[in-house]
Design a protein around this ligand. Structure first.
Ligand code: DX5
Ligand code: ZN
Length: 230
């Protein structure tokens, strides 16, 4: 029976795509991609360097997908305008960079969606002051910086905590989970309250990326199989 809770978003992370074939890689998954997840790393906040606004602009020229930009940066505020100009749909910055009030306001001014990300070692309660002002909470289930790491179960309680707060306070932010998501971890995090599933290696590391994305969607939706329409 179809249920109201079943809607999940799959966000393939292009970090695990072949950058020399980026357009073709995007085309391979777009049929199952509600969003495309773009991992931006500055070599400071995380010990890796990846993608910046020119690549976002190139993807934007290639397709009209929702571009979910995950800014693993110490100074995201210096680049929000560049990401907006490049065609980003939303920007998520990390709660670990400090008071994010101004960053949230700047995103709104630029017409960007707003996400707040939280690392595995950071208490999720640090996000509480900002939950009413954001569109999504990005719960990291690996240490950010690299694809292909194992899922950290500490994320599950954080997701459940955030889902409870949203229910309690009538807040509308969505919960996104990022790191080690596959057909085994998607249902666990979905049951806790996640609705947006980022997956890199489980999708682009597969011989059939579209099928892999579809399988993750089906696995996430299976968490709601027993629920009734309210
Ligand atoms: C990690 C990134 C993730 C990464 C996920 O720093 O934020 O988005 O691409 O990759 P997998 O799905 O391979 O863990
Ligand atoms: Zn990410």
């Amino acid at each position: 029976m179809p249920v109201a809770h079943q809607h999940v978003k799959i966000a393939p992370s292009i970090l695990s795509a072949d950058f020399a074939e980026l357009g073709a890689e995007v085309d391979r998954v777009i049929g199952e991609a509600d969003w495309l997840h773009v991992d931006v790393m500055d070599g400071h906040f995380v010990p890796n360097l990846t993608i910046g606004p020119p690549v976002v602009a190139a993807i934007r020229k290639h397709c009209d997908a929702f571009l979910d930009c995950h800014l693993m940066m110490t100074n995201p505020g210096d680049y929000l305008e560049a990401f907006a100009r490049s065609g980003a749909s939303n920007c998520s910055f990390h709660v670990e960079v400090g008071d994010t009030t101004e960053l949230i306001a700047e995103c709104r001014k630029l017409g960007l969606g707003v996400g707040l990300a939280v690392n595995p070692e950071t208490p999720v309660e640090a996000c509480e002051p900002f939950l009413a002002a954001i569109d999504l909470l990005l719960v990291m289930s690996v240490h950010p910086g690299f694809g292909g790491q194992s899922f950290m179960p500490v994320a599950v309680d954080k997701i459940a905590w955030a889902a409870n707060i949203a229910r309690r306070d009538g807040l509308e932010f969505e919960i996104e989970v990022d790191g080690g998501i596959d057909v085994d971890t998607a249902p666990i995090t979905a049951a806790a309250g996640a609705r947006i599933f980022v997956a890199g290696s489980a999708i682009f590391g597969s011989a059939d990326p579209l099928g892999a994305a579809r399988d993750i969607r089906i696995a996430a939706q299976s968490a709601f199989a027993d629920e009734e329409i309210p």
